[in-house]
Design a protein around this ligand. Structure first.
Ligand SMILES: [Mg+2]
Length: 463
């Protein structure tokens, strides 16, 4: 039924077939109420529906539709059913009264009318009905609020259960006052009700001291403790790595009334991280191997495979740099071209393996004699070159001549052969003979040619 809207005065509907009665009743009430009047049952029903009066005074005996019938119809209509209804009648038998109450009346007023009684009863029933409405509205509101609260709680629980994180909250004594389903499941139970009231000493004794310490620190300081990594053993015996957070649970005035904890299972993430670290380490090792291999390959590309000396390519890459260095240091740089005498005879007489042995022997000899700053190369065949930083042509000649003499005394043994061998050498010097790297090698070659021409087993300086 629709609630009566706020009215300046309560509305009272007077129903009576006698105009005199209406007049008397009206005179009793008109100062306090807004009055409507109906002289028959049909009009009464129409007005009641239209105005929803706060109270109806209903005559019992009327032609056509009597008071009981009107009452029954009003009660049958939800809109008018709750309107308090007082019968006004001269009938006084107990059976009549019972019939009226059974039909839904709240009271009787007898004719002839007593002004004081009528006014008191009307006032009382209107007040009672008003209170009844207010109580009803209050109850409805309360029910609605309860429903809303339950709905909010259900939603909160659903949210807490949906997030893939373990959530719990504890009172200041570290006793659980709530948790989500994941947390309950980790502890081997299906619902939070089985966790509430318990402590970590019951739930996870091996971690209880540490967890208690976290909670107490948060309660004491009011500060959060975040991302504490650790491990727990869940009820099924699985070791689980977790990232744990403790946040103070605050009252609206800011006082700490407990803690909220949440942790995440980071086992998978940790394994992935470890695997990544492992892969990274392996990759780094592999990378080092590759770099080392590259260096070896590069070195190999610059070395003569037979003797291990630098090759012509290395010389090409280095010579100009060395010349620049000599210029910077204001030093001479001697280039010594060396060629084994009658090498073809060695090959023809003893075979190529013997020839290779001679080449290797000379390479070892030159390397052992040279200073660390000297560069010894094999240019190909039986031809070698030594770059001597800081050596004048004469210094180089003296040094190489000593090499020549010492080497000529060496007996090279290959299988059953004992081979004696000599070399010739030509010296050109930078910058005295030329400032061009290309010409420096040409001039050293020409000096070598001169040494060969003059009888071999000797050292010539470019002239
Ligand atoms: Mg009557």
């Amino acid at each position: 039924m629709s609630k009566p809207t706020a009215r300046p005065k309560p509305i009272v509907l007077i129903v009576d077939d006698m105009p005199d009665s209406i007049a008397i009743l009206s005179s009793c009430l008109e100062d306090e109420y807004q009055l409507l009047a109906a002289s028959n049952g049909h009009t009464a029903l129409k007005l009641a529906n239209e105005y929803l009066p706060d109270l109806i005074l209903l005559d019992v005996i009327m032609p056509e539709l009597d008071g009981y019938s009107v009452c029954a119809q009003l009660k049958a209509n939800p809109d008018t059913a709750k309107i308090p209804l007082i019968f006004v009648t001269a009938l006084l038998s107990a059976a009549d009264e019972e019939r009226g109450f059974a039909a839904g009346a709240v009271d009787y007023v007898n004719k002839p009318i007593s002004r004081a009684i009528l006014r008191a009863r009307v006032r009382a029933h209107i007040a009672q009905n008003k209170m009844h409405h207010e109580l009803l509205a209050f109850t409805e509101e309360l029910e609605q609020k309860e429903q809303d609260a339950e709905k909010a709680q259900r939603l909160l629980n659903a949210v807490l259960d949906a997030i893939p994180i373990r959530v719990f909250w504890k009172d200041p004594d570290s006793r659980y006052i709530g948790c989500n389903r994941h947390f309950a499941n980790d502890n081997g139970v299906s619902s939070s009700e089985e966790i509430i009231g318990r402590t970590d000493f019951e739930l996870m004794p091996e971690r209880a001291n540490a967890l208690q310490a976290f909670a107490q620190t948060v309660i004491r300081t009011g500060q959060s403790l975040l991302n504490q990594e650790g491990a727990i053993t869940t009820h099924d015996g699985k070791l689980t790595h977790i990232s744990l957070n403790h946040v103070p649970l605050l009252e609206s005035d800011g006082s700490v009334i407990g803690i909220v904890g949440a942790y995440e299972d980071i086992t998978q993430r940790k394994h992935t991280f470890d695997a990544l670290q492992d892969a990274k380490l392996k990759l780094e090792t592999k990378l080092e191997e590759i770099v080392s291999l590259q260096e070896k390959l590069l070195e190999a590309a610059l070395r003569d495979p037979l003797t291990g000396l630098y090759n012509r390519r290395y010389l090409a890459e280095t010579l100009d740099i060395m010349l620049a260095q000599a210029t910077r240091n204001q030093m001479p740089l001697s280039a010594v071209m060396i060629d084994i005498d009658h090498f073809k005879v060695v090959n023809d007489t003893y075979g190529h393996p013997a020839g290779d042995e001679v080449l290797k022997c000379l390479a070892r000899f030159l390397s052992s004699q040279a200073r660390t700053s000297d560069i010894v190369c094999r240019l190909g065949g039986e031809e070698f070159l030594i770059l001597m930083m800081g050596a004048s042509a004469e210094n180089a000649r003296i040094k190489i001549d000593k090499y020549r003499e010492d080497f000529s005394k060496i007996t090279i043994r290959h299988q059953n052969s004992a081979i004696k061998i000599t070399f010739s050498a030509g010296v050109a010097v930078y910058p005295d003979h030329t400032e061009s790297s290309k010409k420096l090698l040409e001039y050293a070659d020409l000096a070598l040619y001169a040494a060969k021409h003059n009888g071999r087993n000797r050292v010539s300086i470019f002239n």
